[in-house]
Design a binder for this molecule. Structure first.
Ligand SMILES: NC(=O)C1=CN([C@@H]2O[C@H](COP(=O)(O)OP(=O)(O)OC[C@H]3O[C@@H](n4cnc5c(N)ncnc54)[C@H](OP(=O)(O)O)[C@@H]3O)[C@@H](O)[C@H]2O)C=CC1
Ligand SMILES: O=C(CO)[C@H](O)[C@H](O)COP(=O)(O)O
Length: 479
């Protein structure tokens, strides 16, 4: 390890980036386009040559390097190095390789989709061994990385102060406001990115469920369904995910001329962030049932052969849903209600983590930086930001704007879920959202029965409605 906080070493690059894959390559070009000189390094060095060959007029802003030593030497001190490599071992290995080459006052920024527990551990290790460490969530896919992602910052505030101006410059803008912010220490940024992806899973799943009702219940073609999504994108559901769902539905396969949707195999992939969100919700004891349902459906979708056997055994769901009972407007309303509920769950989870770790986690700010650049960007996030500014601790469902929307749409969510169940059409995320709504608006739940059962078999005790304190037991007869 070299000395602490060396002054500038005369190097040209203001920042460095390792990992010129889909995200890293585009992020490097974005940084260069905003006028910052950037050193780049890739494990497979031929990719660096290919990257430079395509850099065009941005090439003078890029410093290609073939060894880590050259890479480090090309960056001004105190150095800032972005890692854009797969989460897990690759990040640890890269940090270990960099540590002997960097000064204690330098900064490593993991910009991949890390598990925030790993980020917490790496931040603690960095505090002990240096260099400084930050974990930032970056959302927006390939296009976002190139032209403006949403950036969820976590780590030491002084580290954000060092690179925040670069991250804000390259981020998406919502009416000129950067979609990048510092959200709290250690793994705060990666926790927020993880929950972003959990919400992404639920949002996508609910869209897929209404697509299923239109396809299998109403017998609509992919193109007709695409028209519906296109129309919805002009209303309250305006969002990137509705927009691309319309485009996906209306695209034809160049090989066969059939709709792409009729060609794509119905086995969903997943890289883990949705699952991490569900695990985290369970660990923190905060409800995220719509997100959990979305993860479970991806797992079920992967059991393709088993599903085929199930269809052979039990028969496919009957088609021909009553278009009087469930209208296209009802499907739109169900999506509105489901969306509000899954965000209420997501923000509730972030709030709980913030309390547990003592992180700042400004919820209105999080809603603001999700308004553009990221995959879940939507016009509703503006209203969410306002509602959370009024009261960040209150369940989003109870904010006046959203409670009014839920009162308008609840009956239609119920109708969509009920009719889908009657017709054997699975709508698990919408059902989970409806159950959450029904439980969270029920003063007297059925948990009294659970408490009675627990006390009966394990003498776990319960509280009474008519007396203070806990530890009461029932007069259960043994045997
Ligand atoms: N794709 C997306 O839409 C998004 C991805 N992310 C996250 O960004 C990160 C990068 O993803 P993405 O760009 O899609 O991935 P890619 O597979 O396109 O690129 C991976 C990059 O990491 C390098 N790499 C892989 N393993 C190692 C290793 N062990 N040591 C050093 N370098 C390594 C690769 O180098 P080499 O050329 O040598 O293989 C390559 O440059 C991931 O954490 C991902 O979850 C975040 C938001 C969106
Ligand atoms: O982070 C992202 C978007 O925000 C990535 O696109 C993410 O990899 C998508 O997750 P999955 O592959 O599990 O569907």
């Amino acid at each position: 390890m070299k000395g602490m906080f060396m002054s500038s070493n005369g190097a040209a690059a203001e920042i460095g980036l390792i990992g010129l894959g889909t995200m890293g390559g585009n992020l490097a070009l974005n940084i260069a386009e905003h006028g910052f000189q950037i050193a780049v390094f890739n494990r497979t060095t031929e990719k660096t040559d290919q990257f430079m060959a395509k850099a065009g007029e941005l090439a003078p802003k890029l410093v290609p390097t073939k060894t880590l030593e050259d890479f480090v030497a090309s960056i001004k001190t105190p150095r800032a190095v972005i890692l854009m490599v797969p989460a897990g071992e690759a990040v640890d290995a890269q940090i270990e390789a960099l540590r002997p080459l960097l000064d204690a006052g330098d900064l490593i920024i993991d910009a991949g989709n890390a598990n925030y527990h790993d980020t917490n551990r790496r931040a603690a290790e960095a505090a002990e061994k240096g260099p400084r460490f930050m974990g930032i969530g970056v959302s927006g896919g390939e296009e976002g990385a190139r032209f403006g992602p949403s950036i969820m910052g976590g780590g030491a505030k002084d580290a954000w102060d060092q690179v925040g101006h670069i991250l804000e410059a390259i981020s998406a803008k919502h009416e000129e406001t950067p979609c990048a912010a510092f959200l709290g220490e250690a793994g705060a940024g990666h926790l927020v990115k993880t929950v972003h992806n959990g919400i992404e899973y639920a949002d996508m799943q609910m869209i897929a469920e209404v697509y299923g009702v239109m396809r299998d219940g109403f017998g609509m073609s992919a193109s007709e369904i695409g028209d519906v999504f296109e129309k919805w994108n002009g209303g309250i559901l305006q969002s990137y995910l509705i927009e691309i769902s319309g485009k996906v539905a209306k695209t034809a396969d160049p090989d066969t001329g059939k709709p792409m949707l009729d060609i794509i195999l119905d086995k969903a992939g997943q890289k883990g962030t949705g699952r991490w969100t569900a695990i985290e919700a369970l660990m923190l004891g905060t409800p995220a049932s719509a997100i959990e349902a979305a993860v479970a459906v991806r797992n079920m979708s992967a059991r393709y052969e088993e599903r085929k056997e199930g269809e052979a055994e039990f028969g496919a769901a009957p088609s021909g849903m009553d278009r009087e009972a469930v209208t296209i407007d009802a499907l739109e309303a169900a999506l509105v209600a489901g969306k509000i509920i899954c965000y209420a769950q997501g923000f509730g989870l972030i709030l709980e983590a913030a309390k547990q770790y003592g992180w700042a986690m400004p919820l209105p700010e999080i809603a603001k930086i999700w308004r553009n650049g990221c995959i879940i960007r939507s016009s509703m996030l503006n209203d969410m930001s306002s509602a959370l500014s009024d009261d960040a601790e209150r369940n989003l469902m109870l904010a006046p704007f959203f409670s009014a929307k839920l009162k308008e749409t609840e009956a239609m969510l119920r109708q969509v879920v009920a009719q889908s169940a009657l017709h054997g059409l699975p709508v698990p995320a919408l059902s989970a959202a409806l159950s959450y709504f029904d439980i969270m608006r029920t003063g007297r739940s059925t948990a009294n029965m659970l408490q009675g059962q627990r006390d009966f078999f394990g003498a776990h005790g319960f509280e009474r409605t008519d007396k203070d304190g806990g530890g009461y037991h029932g007069p259960w007869a043994m045997g």
